[in-house]
Design a protein around this ligand. Structure first.
Ligand code: TRP
Length: 369
């Protein structure tokens, strides 16, 4: 792979991603200013993740808004493959989905694919992925969702509901379709080959248009779903894509929940957060203070700055000041890291309290077949 090559698939993300190129490769549409303004107008306020291009691309978002304006509500759907504890990158589409739900007053479904991670990870048992499904559900609930309009689907628990829908989808996807989209080979296990039909199923759980906020790496599944939809008399799911959240080691990959030192987990203690950021967060700063003061840092590649931009500093003025001070050399890498550490730890303190409270509420969220 040469320096400017990149790969984005649901199970592998590598290289430095050129998002304009990716939009062309995937055949999605860029979120234009017009579209952004329309969302803002309908929602009654804007969201920093839209404003900053964290959500940068979509499929059929216009149709969702057209229908909504006519009084036809959509519903929201997103999900998580429970391969480990939740890390802060996972929260990006969930927090945005919560905002959409509040502003548009719509139902939300959250799918936990314990089967998928069992199929795709050599070293995980089905018991382990199921255990993580319940753990990840706590993080989702902790963001403030309400059981009245939010349901959590766990594949192995809710297969009774999912299977008849998945069967409709599966019949319309042939082996060469999945091979073309995912690069499957003769030794790919057949669970993986069937799996897209299960991730498609929640799209058709209500007879309404669906909007899916998701990491762009998940787009290929729904490309297949969208091809199938009209063939089974259903509406195509609409998507709104977020960029991949860089790992602590820097741009060029998403955070993987499986590698301890590349990731901040929602369960990390303040000490662990401090250590991980101080020690591992890739810096756009200069090798020594003197040079840094003279030449300044590069916020574009600095992971601490990027985490503030993507999630932890919603205030544009505060973010700009950090950006400018870092770039001019006035702010040192250590100081930037301190800001981020404090922001993360403040967030996690509340999140971890809510996460514990969620243990008593989880039953109300679980989808009943
Ligand atoms: N495959 C996703 C993952 O590995 C989980 C998932 C299931 C999902 N349904 C989804 C993600 C819908 C986004 C939207 O994380």
């Amino acid at each position: 792979m040469s320096a400017d090559d990149f790969i984005v698939t649901p199970w592998r993300v590598e290289g430095k991603i050129d998002y304009d190129k990716l939009i062309k490769q995937f055949g999605t549409e860029k979120i234009t200013n017009d579209l952004l303004n329309r969302v803002t107008k309908l929602a009654g306020e804007d969201h920093f993740m839209l404003r900053r291009g964290i959500f940068f691309s979509h499929r059929d978002l216009k149709t969702i808004l057209d229908e909504y304006e006519k009084g036809n509500k959509f519903f929201l759907y997103t999900g998580r493959g429970p391969s480990g504890h939740t890390h802060i990158g996972h929260l990006v589409p969930w927090v945005f989905a919560k905002w959409l739900q509040d502003k548009f007053n719509v139902n939300m479904y959250f799918q936990l694919t314990d089967d998928e991670k069992f199929y795709s990870k050599q070293d995980l048992s089905l018991e382990e992925t199921k255990k993580f499904a319940y753990e990840n559900a706590l993080d989702f609930i902790a963001l403030g969702f309400k059981p009245e309009n939010t349901k959590i689907i766990i594949d192995t628990e809710n297969i009774q509901t999912l299977y008849p829908i998945a069967a409709q989808v599966a019949k319309k996807i042939n082996f060469s379709n999945t091979k073309a989209v995912f690069g499957f080979t003769n030794d790919t296990n057949i669970g993986m080959i069937f799996y897209t039909s299960l991730q498609s199923a929640p799209c058709f759980i209500e007879d309404k248009p669906v909007l899916i906020p998701l990491g762009v790496d998940q787009d290929p599944h729904f490309r297949l779903t969208r091809d199938v939809a009209p063939k089974i008399g259903k509406l195509k799911p609409a998507l709104i894509h977020n960029i991949m959240i860089p790992s602590l080691q820097g741009p060029g990959g998403k955070m993987s929940a499986s590698e301890e030192n590349t990731t901040i987990y929602t369960t990390d203690s303040p000490e662990v957060v401090k250590k991980k950021i101080s020690k591992y967060a890739f810096s756009g700063g200069q090798p020594d203070v003197e040079q840094h003061r003279k030449e300044g840092g590069n916020p574009d590649i600095d992971v601490s700055y990027q985490y503030l931009r993507i999630f932890f500093e919603p205030d544009d003025n505060a973010l700009k000041k950090i950006h400018d001070d870092y770039k001019s050399g006035k702010m040192l890498t250590g100081e930037l890291k301190e800001i981020l550490i404090e922001k993360i730890n403040n967030f996690l303190k509340i999140h971890q309290e809510n996460r514990e409270k969620a243990r008593d509420k989880i039953d109300k969220f679980l989808f009943e077949n």
